[in-house]
Design a binder for this molecule. Structure first.
Ligand SMILES: Nc1ncnc2c1ncn2[C@@H]1O[C@H](COP(=O)(O)OP(=O)(O)O)[C@@H](O)[C@H]1O
Ligand SMILES: [Mg+2]
Ligand SMILES: [Zn+2]
Length: 283
């Protein structure tokens, strides 16, 4: 007889049931020669014909089979969540950013966040128009947070998204045929979120890599979301020709959104400082 291994490693499944005697628990009773469950009063044993002979085999009473059903449903729900987490892990490379979602917005920048919510809600239209976003502003104004909210929301909607820093992506490019293949593979993403434009060190190889990423995206006609600490002045009037080529393409692919307000990093620092003050020095 074939024995199937069950969920938790015990024997389970129909084949195993057929070879097993029903287990009597306290409260169970015999009626019409068959074991019955003391809790739900349905049969725990039944008669079957096996090769011409009648045999008594174990079966699931109502409460047991309901329990099995519940476990199956819980397992399916767990698998759905895990699948979403895997998708999100593939979409947003930095694990810290996967938690940055619209529902965590502290409301400090309502105008921008509302615009970004609408951007996500009207995604098919935005994609159709190759409408990208250019989020600029000082350090700590929430640019990366805002970009991550968009990346996570669209991923939740099932849109293929990749969010990574430009430096990280430039470093991953490789050379020769590998580089071309990598750049082509980026076209598989409906949205590319590139964090921290302008943060890259000025090596020629890095600048060339950034140029190729932006240029290949430009050619694909698919949108990008870019975040940057560059000032508007630096973006409009770059000193180097190579930067100009990159910025011109980005300008054509995006609408600019300024992130204002004081740095949240200072605020977070102050909160930490105050908390520490309370812990260390106050009675
Ligand atoms: N809208 C927001 N709601 C809640 N926290 C935010 C928001 N914007 C930024 N933060 C927090 O402030 C800090 C700095 O934000 P970040 O996006 O990294 O700034 P930037 O990329 O502009 O330098 C982060 O810890 C982030 O979690
Ligand atoms: Mg940032
Ligand atoms: Zn029962």
């Amino acid at each position: 007889m074939v024995l199937l291994k069950g969920e938790n490693g015990q024997e389970g499944g129909l084949f195993a049931l057929a070879s097993r005697r029903a287990e009597a628990l306290p409260g169970d009773y015999i009626q019409d020669g068959l074991l019955h469950c003391g809790a739900c009063h349905s049969k725990k044993e039944t008669w079957v014909e096996l090769l011409g002979a009648k045999r008594k085999v174990a079966c699931l009473c109502r409460c047991q089979s309901e329990k099995v059903q519940r476990q199956l449903e819980e397992m399916e729900a767990r698998q759905r969540i895990e699948a979403l987490e895997r998708k999100q892990a593939a979409a947003v490379q930095d694990p810290a950013y996967r938690k940055w979602t619209f529902d965590k917005d502290d409301g400090g920048n309502p105008r921008v966040m509302e615009a970004l919510r609408r951007y996500c809600a009207r995604w098919p239209e935005m994609k159709g128009q190759n409408m990208g976003l250019y989020l600029y502003g000082g350090v700590g104004t929430g640019k990366t947070f805002a970009a991550a909210c968009v990346a996570n929301e669209l991923t939740r909607q099932g849109v293929p998204v990749l969010m990574t820093s430009l430096v990280r992506m430039a470093n991953a490019l490789g050379w020769g045929a590998e580089r071309e293949q990598f750049l082509r593979s980026l076209n598989g993403y409906d949205l590319l979120v590139l964090d921290d434009l302008g943060a890259q060190r000025g090596s020629d190889a890095m600048k060339e890599a950034v140029y190729q990423i932006i240029d290949s995206r430009y050619a694909s006609g698919k949108p990008i979301v870019v975040t940057t600490n560059l000032t508007w002045e630096q973006f409009q009037n770059p000193r180097e020709e190579r930067d100009r080529r990159v910025y011109d393409r980005i300008r054509e692919m995006t609408v600019a959104i300024q992130m204002g307000g004081p740095s949240r990093r200072h605020r977070l620092h102050e909160e930490k400082q105050n908390a520490a003050y309370g812990m260390f020095w106050q009675k």
